[in-house]
Write a protein of this length. Structure first.
Length: 513
């Protein structure tokens, strides 16, 4: 009884806290703790909802692309690609090329495709849904068929050292602050280059990963579209020869894409730009880059469902790493082609000189347009010439036309890039030229598929050690800067008619219907 009264007395004693009685102080402390716990719960819930909403804002970007087998692979007969004649009829011209034997066999091709395929499947251990476009350019046309389920694999796992909550299932959600810090406040010194729709910065994430950050220009409908298409096309796709998208940032009007940093420039700067002043790419390095490009395109066209048509294959979109592996980049114009669709009708986009004629004329697009662009790229690599070069005499301005003429006149050995230190053998040259000519066939149906192109090009030769690094010119993510380029979108109608030379590299909207 007395202890009870002592307790009551103590509770009624005044404390040093504003002279409040003890029971009042205890009450306030308990109340404050409860409030604190409640507040923390509310903050957690708000953050969770915010992340969920933000993801939904992207319509739960698809975890697409379940590679099925490389279809028809066993039906491909490499020997069919080169008839044993000493000429080929191409585009109405009798081309004076002798066909050398093709070294890779069906067995090799099938085996390599199977290996590729099982690797893709391992690397893309995904299940999920597909995305369809209805053939229109509007992003609204993209619909997600079902909620994808993704099983993270080693390759698609969150990057080490980054907060787990930022992981989206295929890549990371970065805040503006993350990227501001990564690029040193988007410092001018960190600008790698500028494309039609954004500026690319070199950066380093908080966990030390070197990245390229593409800051999309604000308020451009096309830019917004490009942003979303790029995420949809390659967000969830992994291939050694495709640049890896590590994540993105969406904050207010800001749109940014974060890629793996590819440290050895792009093919365009090696062939015609700053890097060409230091050294010429060797023939084997060129072929390695082209073979990698062909493999990535074969993957996009043959192994994915729906297939992805890149639409802007050109030298500046082929990034190169220090082992001379190609990495196709810039998927902003990509289109999905659903199963059973032979083509889609769409606005003609692309880059002057690379766009397939039937697509330019009709707006009908399918993967054979990429095959044509690849053929032009191959010719560019063989000859070291721009697809369109107004500095040359009229008969040589258009690379494809000039090349066909040279071959028809049995002057094919004169077309090789004079900057090459070691010319390719006649057999190597024929292999490359014939492949290119097949790719630029005016009849799109006659063009080979990209998996066939891979086999045509693959000579199973490796680059000797001493040829791997053409002298002093590797670009390190810390040191040199790839030449800065201005915006150079040109409309078809912008193309100069005669003397004036268009800015290089030529870009983007080719023409509008
Ligand atoms: N992941 C990357 N790593 C290193 N450099 C990159 C990366 N992505 C792009 N770049 C470089 O940034 C520059 C700008 O690239 P971007 O794709 O925006 O434009 P582009 O292809 O030059 O032109 P356009 O957009 O008009 O086709 C190019 O020099 C390109 O090589």
């Amino acid at each position: 009884m007395s202890s009870n009264s002592t307790l009551t007395e103590s509770l009624h004693e005044k404390t040093i806290v504003f002279g409040l009685k003890l029971w009042v102080v205890i009450g306030i402390a308990v109340g404050a703790s409860l409030l604190g716990i409640l507040l923390i719960l509310v903050i957690c819930l708000t953050i969770q909802t915010w992340i969920r909403r933000s993801r939904r804002a992207f319509k739960e970007l698809p975890m697409t692309q379940i590679p099925s087998a490389f279809k028809d692979i066993t039906e491909v007969r490499v020997a069919d690609q080169f008839s044993p004649n000493d000429y080929v009829v191409h585009d109405g011209l009798l081309l004076a090329i002798e066909n050398g034997p093709v070294e890779s066999t069906d067995k090799d091709a099938v085996q390599s495709a199977q290996e590729d395929n099982s690797r893709h499947r391992e690397e893309n251990n995904l299940s999920g849904s597909l995305v369809h476009t209805d053939g229109c350019d509007g992003i609204q046309s993209v619909s997600v068929c079902e909620q994808p389920s993704v099983h993270a694999t080693a390759d698609s796992a969150p990057l080490d050292g980054l907060p787990e909550f930022s992981y989206l299932g295929w890549g990371h959600w970065f805040t503006l602050r993350d990227l501001d810090v990564a690029t040193d406040h988007f410092a001018k010194d960190n600008v790698i280059g500028e494309g039609g729709y954004g500026v690319v910065y070199r950066g380093r994430l908080s966990n030390g990963t070197p990245v390229a950050v593409k800051k999309i220009l604000n308020n451009l409908g096309q830019a917004e579209r490009e942003f979303r298409v790029e995420v949809e096309a390659i967000g969830n796709v992994r291939h050694k020869n495709l640049v890896r998208l590590l994540g993105y940032c969406v904050e207010g009007t800001q749109r940014m894409l974060v890629y793996e940093f590819v440290n050895n420039g792009n093919l365009e700067s090696w062939l015609h730009g700053e890097l060409s002043q230091y050294s010429s790419l060797t023939w084997l390095a060129r072929m390695k880059v082209l073979l990698g490009t062909a493999k990535a395109l074969a993957y996009l066209h043959e192994a994915l469902e729906p297939k992805v048509v890149h639409r802007d294959i050109k030298a500046s979109n082929i990034l190169i790493d220090d082992e001379f592996n190609a990495k196709i980049s810039d998927f902003g114009l990509a289109k999905m082609l659903g199963a059973g669709k032979s083509h889609i009708a769409t606005r003609v986009m692309g880059t002057f000189g690379y766009v397939a004629p039937e697509y330019a004329n009709s707006g009908l697009l399918n993967e054979k347009s990429d095959v044509y662009s690849f053929g032009v790229l191959l010719l560019e690599v063989i000859t070291g010439r721009d697809p369109i070069d107004y500095d040359r005499p009229p008969s040589e301005v258009n690379l494809v036309d000039w090349l066909k003429l040279m071959v028809a006149n049995r002057r094919s050995d004169e077309v090789v890039d004079p900057h090459l230190e070691r010319r390719p053998s006649t057999k190597e040259l024929k292999r490359a030229l014939l492949t290119a000519l097949r790719c630029i066939d005016l009849n799109a149906e006659k063009r080979p598929r990209m998996d066939q192109v891979v086999r045509m090009l693959d000579s199973s030769e490796t680059i000797p050690q001493e040829e791997r690094r053409p002298r002093q010119n590797r670009i390190s993510e810390n040191t040199e800067t790839v030449p800065l380029r201005g915006k150079n979108s040109i409309e078809k109608s912008d193309a100069p008619e005669h003397e004036e030379r268009p800015p290089r590299p030529k870009s983007r909207p080719f023409s509008s219907k």
